[in-house]
Write a protein of this length. Structure first.
Length: 60
C-alpha cells in the first residue's frame, strides 16, 4: 500500500495488479485510483472470445 500511495503521489492515475497474488490482497476499495487486475482482464477476454460467433467452427 505504501508503494501504491507513493505512485499516486507521483501522479499515477491507475494501478496494474500484475501478479496473481496481489489481487487477493488489494481491492479497488483500498485504492483511490482505478486498479486493473490482469487475471480478471484475461479471464473476461477469454470468455468473450470463447462465446463469440467468430470462434465457432462448423465441422461438416
Amino acid at each position: 500500500m505504501k508503494i501504491i500511495q507513493e505512485l499516486i503521489d507521483r501522479g499515477a492515475e491507475g494501478i496494474i495488479l500484475g501478479c496473481t497474488e496481489i489481487p487477493l490482497l488489494i481491492k479497488q476499495e483500498d485504492v483511490a485510483v482505478p486498479v486493473f487486475d490482469t487475471i480478471q482482464i484475461h479471464v473476461d477476454a477469454a470468455v468473450a472470445f470463447a462465446a463469440s460467433k467468430d470462434n465457432i467452427t462448423v465441422v461438416p
